[in-house]
Design a protein around this ligand. Structure first.
Ligand code: 13P
Length: 287
């Protein structure tokens, strides 16, 4: 059931667990995320970056695929279709394309401009029955060409953006897209706590969910994180399973080259990763 993310995130916020945003790249990713959420009776958010949207030939293609697949698989758990790290134009395009939620990432603008554009998009999203996420500070590393320096968010700026009526807020707290380096200092919980207090408990979003240790995840959830994004980890498990299939020579046995066979181990591997995340974040059984 494709819906906006309001109710699922508010329920998670009240119930002290987090909803996973699983980024999707193609049909296999979408099907794996939808089926696993249904199997675990969990809400889920399907994240689509600008790059992934382009790869799938446009946001309208993505919306049509997700809505049709949700229907044909008989998915009854709440599913939000969410733009990830959208620019201004991408946000407008996703409103038109039939997404149910957007993230406007204005963190690379001067703060006043981030405020102005976020305010405009909050109004537009809500007029269209959609939820909206905004960002303060930046997530380190690179995701689909969006590069962040990893600045820790200012709690005062978080409050100003939260007061614009965004539904959930991504705040940089030392989190990084991709695999964490060995010398990573961990999440900045003092800042997270301050943001949680000063914003009056707006649901917070933790980007860079790949490879964050379970105890940090639990602590972040206890300090108001209600949505956690995972992208790289599904890519790594898909790649490892596909590599194994080929290295074992399975593509050369019988009709092992058939794409439905070739992509099957990767698909199953994504399902395992999604299952682990839904269980770790506590959303299993909460649909
Ligand atoms: P990872 O790629 O580190 O899992 O981060 C995903 C993310 O934050 C998407 O916005």
């Amino acid at each position: 059931m494709v819906v906006n993310a309001k109710e699922m995130i508010q329920k998670a916020n009240r119930g002290h667990y987090a909803v996973a945003q699983i980024n999707i790249n193609n049909l296999e990713w979408t099907k794996a995320a939808l089926l696993t959420a249904q199997e675990l009776n969990s809400p889920v958010i399907l994240g689509v970056s600008g790059g992934a949207g382009k790869y799938m030939t446009g946001f309208s293609t993505v919306a049509a695929m997700v809505r049709a697949m949700d229907d044909s698989l008989g998915i009854t758990v709440p599913v939000a279709l969410h733009l990830d790290h959208g620019g201004y134009e991408e946000s407008l395009a996703c409103v038109k394309a039939g997404f149910s939620s957007i993230m406007f990432d204005g963190s690379h603008f001067a703060f006043e401009e981030n405020m102005a554009k976020t305010a405009e998009l909050v109004k537009l999203a809500h007029e269209n029955g959609m939820t909206i996420e905004a960002e303060v500070g930046s997530i380190g590393g690179e995701e689909d060409g969006v590069v962040g320096m990893g600045e820790v968010a200012s709690p005062e700026e978080c409050k100003k953006i939260a007061d614009l009526g965004v539904d959930f807020l991504a705040a940089g707290i030392g989190n990084i897209h991709g695999v964490y380096p060995a010398n990573w200092k961990g999440l900045d919980f003092a800042t997270l706590e301050r943001i949680h207090e000063i914003t009056g408990g707006i649901p917070l979003v933790l980007h860079g969910g790949t490879g964050i240790p379970a105890e940090m995840i639990q602590k972040a959830i206890s300090l108001g994180v209600s949505k956690i994004n995972v992208n790289t980890e599904c890519q790594l498990s898909f790649a490892a399973a596909t590599r194994k299939y080929i290295e074992d020579g399975k593509d050369k046995q019988g009709k092992g080259f058939d794409p439905r066979k070739l992509l099957a181990p990767g698909f199953e591997a994504i399902k395992v990763t999604v299952r682990e995340k839904l269980e770790l974040f506590g959303s299993a059984g909460k649909a």
